[in-house]
Design a protein around this ligand. Structure first.
Ligand code: TNX
Length: 768
């Protein structure tokens, strides 16, 4: 590795000229088609004057007309043909081919005769239309100013039959028009299933004619938590929040989706996550006590149906209506996160256990779900549940949605049950997608685009015979922290585009670099539609380590052609430069912003770095206790890299977290020096069981063996979540600085995490 021994960027770089030529290497189609053959030359589409379709196919006419609009053609003459169809000259031709094992197959041919689309079924024509739309709308090369399309043959079909995206409309409600937009965008990326999470503790959102209170009571909550349940104390607004879909609206959305070859799976949560239903009809809980629709996020003891016969009757009646409303094959009944305490204390539940020879409460949940499956089966529907439905035994034909990792999915596939993969680690679009401390509030986690893209729905643990049970993957959009429509787009896209490729494109044909460069053609399309989707995948990540010369800073670029642009004020003048290298030695004060810029001009979010040169920066440090691997990358020099940990949040590489342990470090400054003060960062967030320490000790030595008497420092109690005491070191001279920070210890009664060992979070240690 080559380091540059200068600290001012102005000395480093000549301004590089921006690559002006927008050379496109491949069609920017996402998901990437199975095969694309470019023949050479272009077809002038304005000459097209007929639309040839199979007789009796409404869909073919609809899709043909959509292509006509896309290509801005005048009204085409529709020619209906029976038997084998071959393209007429100057035509858009839609025909069927017999590929019984490839139900989603299509072949898009752009030839001397025009555009010919062959497909196994009408949905294949629709997928070809999406491919064509992207070719037309996204690339200058096929610009429809010239009304030209390249001669080519695209043959395509998906890797997985199930390609799902989910939306939680309970925690926050989204109106019909928005749901339609959501479905539209799904269809652009060849999704075929919309999982509609219609009920939960915080709101019941589907009209059920037989039980009107489900919506008149259950769709309304009186207030909503502000911030996180882990905030201490919790805060609530006093605004009524409500919304639901009438059955007419639902029918309208179902129709809209089916025109886009998208099946809707409604989810009606049971037996847990049912507070909203029980607020309307408390008689179906174990204790029958009135409850309010939840105004908080989490898993509650108030939210379970009793397993008694009348409760099962109630959910069966609801499901009967739901089955009649939704024409699709699947009904999702939830089944996740159901605390069992109420069942343990309930005479009815215990009697049912005895009567049915059930040993545990998990068996009781399984009993409940099996009853529900029977009613669905009578209606010709298949039950889907979250992976908790494995506990106590799966209902005979259930499909498992694996969310707590892939383990549930693996277990279900081994039992020969169909599986949909949506592990939180890769498929939860409510997680953070960037480490930038200025990201809007999210539930937690870190699922960057690259991670979603890397997901393989087929776990390596599964034998080949069992692969067929993996139907596909799904992205989940839980909306506790996704309060409005703009935030839905921001969180869902582009991760949903990456997952579209996971589901559609064969693993062997996937490539993240290619994906990122194709994606850059889609970003302006979203911007034009006023949709703010993240460019977090262009964020520059950094790492540091100590060296003899100082702190080594390494800027990590995303894996796609582009350059890092740096802006800094040097000697009062604003300088911006393209960097020629990505590692530097920091040994003087500097603050700068860095962006990633691609050839087409698109920019990532700025990385703001402030380097403060202090005596410990870039030196060595030894930790006596190992931090938790969840909050420690293994190199303790982050604590002395001259870069402060962000005050807004404790995640990210600059904070080091000790779980229930003290912090005990020795810093070696390399040589003896006169020391004036030591500044150290701590985080305090009781709701997350992170507690500020009460006291610390600093001892100084010139030889590393004999230390002077410790300087003790009491940390005052404050409500702020971030503190940075600056501790004077009077008359100190030394080379070794020992810092001992005593953990808060066992968390006291009545405080969050009571009885557990507190977390201690330490950031930069600055010695001056
Ligand atoms: C877990 S995923 C849940 C949801 C939450 C989500 C937040 C699942 C089956 N249950 O109720 O909204 O985490 O990420």
């Amino acid at each position: 590795m080559k380091y540059l021994h200068v600290s001012y960027f102005v000395l480093i770089c000549n301004l590089l000229s921006v690559c002006a030529q927008n050379q496109m290497k491949e069609f920017p189609i996402i998901p990437r088609p199975k095969s694309v053959q470019v023949v050479g030359g272009n077809y002038e589409t304005h000459q097209i004057n007929v639309l040839v379709v199979p007789a009796k196919s409404e869909e073919a006419i609809r899709i043909g007309k959509a292509i006509e609009t896309l290509l801005q053609l005048p009204d085409l003459k529709v020619v209906k043909m029976s038997g084998s169809i071959f393209p007429k000259s100057k035509s858009i031709t839609l025909s069927l081919v017999h590929h019984p094992d490839q139900p989603d197959y299509y072949k898009l041919n752009i030839t001397k005769n025009g555009i010919w689309i062959q497909a196994s079924k009408p949905n294949g024509w629709f997928y070809a239309l999406q491919t064509l739309s992207q070719m037309v709308e996204l690339s200058d090369q096929f610009s429809f100013k010239n009304k030209m399309l390249p001669y080519c043959i695209i043959e395509d079909e998906p890797a997985f039959a199930y390609r799902g995206l989910h939306l939680d409309v309970s925690r926050h409600f989204f109106p019909v028009a928005f749901v339609k937009n959501y479905i539209d965008l799904m269809s652009r990326f060849k999704y075929n299933t919309f999982h509609w999470h219609l009920t939960d503790d915080q709101g019941w959102r589907i009209e059920i004619k037989k039980f009107p209170k489900l919506t008149s009571v259950g769709s309304i909550r009186k207030s909503t938590i502000i911030g996180k349940p882990s905030d201490f104390p919790q805060k609530f607004d006093s605004t009524i929040y409500k919304g639901y879909y009438t059955q007419e609206e639902i029918k309208d959305i179902i129709r809209y989706a089916s025109e886009r070859f998208i099946e809707i799976i409604p989810e009606i949560e049971m037996p847990g996550h049912s507070t909203a239903a029980l607020a309307a009809y408390p008689e179906f809980s174990c204790n029958g006590k009135p409850v309010d629709v939840s105004n908080n996020w989490g898993v509650f003891n108030t939210g379970q149906f009793c397993t008694k016969d009348t409760s099962i009757w109630f959910v069966k009646e609801i499901l009967n209506e739901v089955c009649d409303l939704f024409p699709g094959k699947y009904i999702h009944i939830g089944g996740d996160e159901c605390p069992k305490e109420n069942w343990k204390a309930c005479e009815n539940c215990q009697a049912i256990k005895r009567r049915n020879n059930l040993k545990t409460e998990e068996d009781l949940q399984s009993y409940f779900i099996k009853q529900v499956e029977r009613v669905l089966a009578k209606k010709g529907k298949t039950l889907i549940g979250w992976d908790e439905i494995l506990e106590g035994g799966l209902a005979p034909n259930a499909v498992v949605m694996s969310w707590r990792g892939t383990e549930g999915g693996i277990a279900a596939a081994k039992l020969k049950h169909p599986v949909i993969m949506c592990p939180g680690t890769h498929c939860y679009f409510d997680h953070y997608q960037s480490l930038n401390p200025n990201e809007p509030l999210a539930i937690g986690g870190y699922t960057p685009l690259s991670k979603t893209y890397a997901f393989n729905p087929i776990p390596s643990e599964l034998k080949t015979e069992a692969h067929k049970y993996i139907l596909g993957a799904q992205g989940n959009v839980w909306t506790e922290y996704i309060t409005d429509e703009n935030k839905v787009w921001y969180m869902t896209y582009p991760r949903a585009i990456a997952l579209a490729e996971v589901n559609w494109t064969d693993a062997a044909n996937k490539n993240y670099t290619s994906f990122l460069s194709r994606l850059q053609y889609h970003i302006p399309w979203f911007k034009n539609k006023n949709m703010n989707i993240t460019q977090g995948m262009l964020d520059i990540d950094y790492s540091t380590h100590s060296s003899k010369e100082g702190v080594v800073l390494l800027l990590n670029k995303p894996p796609v052609e582009g350059k890092i642009l740096v802006e800094s004020t040097i000697d009062g003048e604003l300088v911006s430069e393209y960097l020629k290298q990505d590692s530097f030695i920091l040994n003087k004060e500097i603050s700068f912003k860095a962006w990633y810029q691609m050839e087409n001009g698109s920019l990532g979010k700025p990385l703001n770095l402030i380097y403060h040169n202090h005596l410990a920066a870039g030196k060595s440090i030894e930790l006596k206790e190992t931090p938790s691997p969840r909050y420690f990358k293994g190199d303790a020099t982050v604590l002395i890299n001259g870069i402060e940990a962000p005050a807004q949040k404790f995640g990210g590489p600059e904070w080091v977290g000790m779980e229930g342990k003290d912090f005990n470090a020795i810093i070696d400054l390399g040589k003896s020096d006169s020391l004036k003060s030591l500044k150290i960062q701590f985080y305090h967030s009781p709701g997350s069981w992170i507690y500020r320490p009460n006291e610390l000790e600093i001892s100084i030595s010139t030889d590393g063996t004999n230390y002077g008497s410790p300087i003790k420092y009491q940390i005052s109690e404050t409500e702020t979540q971030y503190i940075q005491p600056n501790i004077p070191l009077p008359d100190a001279i030394g080379r070794y600085v020992k810092i001992y920070v005593k953990n808060h210890g066992i968390i006291e009664e009545k405080l969050p995490g009571a009885g557990k060992g507190a977390w201690l979070f330490v950031g930069e240690i600055e010695i001056n």
